[in-house]
Structure formats: structure tokens, C-alpha cells
Design a binder for this molecule. Structure first.
Ligand code: ZN
Length: 186
């Protein structure tokens, strides 16, 4: 099943998401649906709040990007549950980001180069891993969704001000997207 993706302005995107246990109902199906939803929208990552579920669950698949830039990006496909990014290191680097919940906007965002992250996979096996480069970038972007943050929050104040009207319009339905979306009820 393909879920509509919540667009900026939807309150669920601003909530801190809850951890889940292995007994979460129909988790396997939900994960499958999230992959389907992400693929249909040509995304490389999707966090559960983006489909209206305030839980700490992320799916990632960077295969499309890895095909485009094989020297730079490695294919990475993973289910990430209850993650904690507990260490950030390296230089802060600028990289262009976009978001399925903020259609049509791409901006350079500054984030640390490297992270250490603890999380559970779909079998609730614990992992403790270090990532850098593009994978670290995607993980940090998706992790922000679980904290109720969007990448636009991390722009310089001037840039954010310039985008304010656009984001307000988007919240009311002024955007183009070639995937199913949902805006907040007014
Ligand atoms: Zn996003």
C-alpha cells in the first residue's frame, strides 16, 4: 500500500516520534509499505512521521543515487528503528538536500561529516555503526524527522526567511509533486 506523504505544515512532522517495540502491530507490512511509498516518490529515505505515523522508524535505499554517482555514493538499504545518533565528528560539510515533505526545494545544508549511530534493524537486532559521506547525510536528515525537525530549520536565518512564504504556501497546497501527498486540515 502506498501512503500519501505529509507536506510541511502537517503537525505530525513537528512531533517527537515515539520508540516502538517488536510487538508493534503489523510492522513487517508497514516497512514494506514504506519502501513502496518511498520508491514511488523516488526518495532515498523515508521516516514514519512523513506518512503520518509518529514512531521512530526509518527506511533508506540509496541505490538510485549510487547508480548516478558510483564513485561517490555506495548503495545502502536499511531499516532503522529507534535510532540514537550519539556521536558526531569530522568537519561540518555543506551538501544539497531535498525532502519529500518539502517538494521542489533543494538547499545546501551544513552537517557533520561523520556519525555514530545505535539502532535496531527489522529483526530488532541491535547495531552500533559509524557512517560518513552520503549515508551519514541521509541518516541525519531522516533522524531529524523523528525529532520533529525539517532540513529547512537548519538553513541560515536569511535563507530561511526567503523561503518562508514558499513554505507557508506549500502548507496550503501550493506545490507540485508527482506522488500522493497530504496537507494539514485547516
Ligand atoms: Zn525529509
Amino acid at each position: 500500500m502506498i501512503y500519501p506523504i505529509h507536506i510541511v505544515g502537517s503537525p505530525v512532522l513537528r512531533r517527537e516520534a515515539e520508540e516502538i517495540g517488536a510487538d508493534y502491530p503489523e510492522l513487517e507490512q508497514l516497512i514494506e509499505d514504506m519502501y513502496e511509498t518511498m520508491d514511488e516518490a523516488s526518495g532515498v529515505g523515508l521516516a514514519a512521521p512523513q506518512i503520518g505515523k509518529s514512531i521512530r522508524l526509518i527506511v533508506i535505499d540509496t541505490a538510485v543515487m549510487a547508480e548516478e554517482e558510483p564513485d561517490e555514493i555506495e548503495a545502502f538499504r536499511k531499516v532503522v528503528i529507534n535510532p540514537v545518533i550519539y556521536e558526531k565528528s569530522g568537519d561540518d560539510v555543506l551538501m544539497s538536500e531535498g525532502c519529500l515533505s518539502v517538494p521542489g526545494i533543494h538547499e545546501e545544508v551544513e552537517r557533520p561529516e561523520r556519525i555514530r549511530i545505535r539502532y535496531l534493524d527489522e529483526n530488532f537486532q541491535e547495531h552500533d555503526e559509524e557512517y560518513e559521506g552520503y549515508t551519514a547525510r541521509v541518516l541525519q536528515h531522516e533522524y531529524d524527522h523523528l525529532e520533529g525537525k525539517l532540513f529547512t530549520d537548519r538553513l541560515m536565518p536569511l535563507r530561511r526567511n526567503l523561503l518562508r512564504n514558499k513554505l507557508n504556501g506549500m502548507a496550503k497546497g501550493k506545490f507540485d509533486a508527482n506522488y500522493r501527498t497530504r496537507i494539514a486540515r485547516r
